[in-house]
Design a protein around this ligand. Structure first.
Ligand SMILES: Cc1cc2nc3c(=O)[nH]c(=O)nc-3n(C[C@H](O)[C@H](O)[C@H](O)COP(=O)(O)OP(=O)(O)OC[C@H]3O[C@@H](n4cnc5c(N)ncnc54)[C@H](O)[C@@H]3O)c2cc1C
Length: 470
């Protein structure tokens, strides 16, 4: 099969102009390999988008990027954002969890854990017993809830893990797979038997790898919000970007891959040596794959996504009783409140609210209440204001309202998700030159997507070097 030469206009096609696709294209370009990024919509970035209005800065999707690896800082420097980068205020590390309708600080020290009213005495003893508990049964896939109940007890599940899972996945711990959704946790048990032992014994290994665990990683953003990362990547890639170009057909040919995209009323077809699929799974499912009798992408449509609404509200400082001295508050399901949680955005980074005002970023819906995620703005605003009034003592009218509904926000790595991952790997083996990466495979955090993109780009560059795509 003749290779489409590296000096052809674009040996790589990238389907999806979110952070995964853009970062892969950028790193490939750094390695001297041009690509074309096909983006179905009129703008790049997927949920990563910032709105600045009336002195407020609202994030439509993610609020922070966790700096888990020095490679991320390097990427930020490479795209020219070094001077724009902000690290969250250390005073904002404090997190709150709601219990009994009150915000309680999550302890960050041993004395804090002993004295916190967040957990009962019995629950604390139960957590301590984790050190002695045996491993789970090998080969049995467990939900996050079953895993936590077995190792740390029901109360820890209700008041620590349930709100955490709501905040990260907008998901339900009873249905998420611990092995797929929190692979590191699962590996620690397999390797060290106890999570506490693993925490102590694994420290040296983590230091050697240069990686920082997510719970301790610095939280980053940019002066003009996370959207700046997308803007910078887009600027760097310039003419390689094709907006309003949804890919509809991928056809394997004797020379590589033929990619067809809709363009206005017509369509364009171009030849590439390799293709990266980096659009959401439910969108990839609609692409026709002509690459052999059984090849299809339709099964990706079975990956479940949770719906989330982000409601960014501004208030006069004087109208909020709580000091907002932290990252934000997470709300356990058992507390039966409307919100999943709220980030105290103006406490995290400067420039998020005008002087004398604050910004609260509130998350609604998720697997917990899908109907609320898709309710009218009026309903959402009323229940959010009611919850903010009760929890944070927020009074008065909001001075800023910005709402974004994500109908399919976050993929859920449910029990059995391993099957999807296995099928992705099998497809890549069956169709050389085809790769899949992004939130539906590599982890849902931005940091996971960026790290996966850098890795895929390096692997693609290496295979081009070896002529694998020939
Ligand atoms: C509300 C919300 C809050 C979040 N908060 C955080 C946070 O605080 N921190 C964090 O780390 N992560 C957070 N995340 C997760 C993170 O934002 C995502 O996982 C990440 O942005 C996914 O990037 P991606 O490139 O894999 O996919 P996407 O960003 O979804 O990009 C895929 C792109 O493909 C395009 N596309 C679709 N179909 C086609 C097609 N046929 N042809 C071409 N293009 C197509 C789409 O338009 C889209 O632009 C949040 C996500 C949401 C929704």
């Amino acid at each position: 099969m003749p290779l489409i030469p590296l000096n052809s206009p674009a040996p790589v096609a990238i389907v999806g102009g979110g952070v995964t696709g853009l970062t892969t294209a950028f790193r490939l370009r750094q390695r001297g390999i041009p690509s074309v990024v096909y983006e179905s919509g009129p703008r790049l970035g997927g949920p990563v988008h910032t709105t600045e209005r009336d002195g407020y800065l609202a994030e439509d999707g993610p609020n922070t990027l966790l700096e888990t690896s020095p490679k991320l800082r390097q990427l930020i420097d490479d795209v020219g954002l070094k001077d724009q980068c902000l690290t969250s205020d250390p005073a904002a590390n404090q997190r709150y969890i709601v219990r009994g309708g009150r915000l309680l600080a999550v302890p960050d020290s041993l004395p804090g854990w002993i004295t916190t009213p967040l957990f009962s005495f019995g629950a604390k003893l139960n957590v301590l017993g984790e050190l002695l508990r045996p491993r789970g049964r090998a080969g049995v896939e467990e939900s996050v809830a079953d895993f936590v109940r077995r190792r740390l007890g029901q109360e820890f599940l209700d008041y620590a893990i349930n709100p955490f899972v709501g905040g990260v996945y907008a998901g339900n711990p009873e249905r998420l797979s611990v092995r797929e959704a929190f692979p590191k946790l699962h590996q620690v048990e397999t390797r060290y038997r106890s999570l506490f032992l693993g925490q102590m014994l694994g420290a040296r290994e983590r230091r050697r790898s240069g990686e920082t665990p997510k719970d301790r990683a610095p939280k980053l953003s940019f002066r003009h919000g996370l959207g700046a990362l997308v803007t910078a990547l887009g600027r760097e890639l310039g003419a390689a970007i094709r907006l309003d170009s949804p890919v509809t057909v991928l056809r394997r040919t004797t020379r590589g891959w033929q990619v067809t995209a809709r363009r206005g009323d017509g369509e364009t077809t171009a030849e590439h040596s390799a293709v990266l699929l980096a659009a959401p799974a439910h969108r990839l499912a609609g692409i026709q794959l002509d690459a052999g009798p059984d090849a299809t992408l339709a099964w990706l449509g079975d990956i479940h996504y949770a719906a989330v609404t982000v409601l960014v509200l501004g208030f006069r400082r004087a109208d909020v009783a709580h000091p907002l001295d932290g990252f934000g508050a997470l709300i356990p399901e058992v507390e039966k409140q409307a919100m999943l949680g709220a980030i105290f955005s103006s406490s995290l980074f400067p420039g998020r609210a005008p002087a004398g005002h604050v910004t609260l970023t509130c998350y609604l819906g998720g697997s917990r209440s899908p109907e609320l995620a898709l309710a009218s703005e009026e309903t959402q605003l009323a229940s959010t204001r009611e919850a903010l009034g009760r929890l944070l003592g927020v009074r008065g009218e909001p001075t800023f309202v910005h709402r974004t509904v994500h109908r399919q926000a976050i993929p859920q790595y449910l029990l059995g998700f391993g099957e999807f991952r296995a099928r992705m790997t099998a497809l890549e083996q069956q169709a050389p030159g085809l790769r899949l990466a992004g939130h539906f495979r590599n982890g849902i955090a931005l940091t996971d997507c960026l790290m996966a993109a850098l890795q895929v780009a390096e692997e693609m560059a290496e295979s081009f070097g070896k002529g694998v795509h020939a």
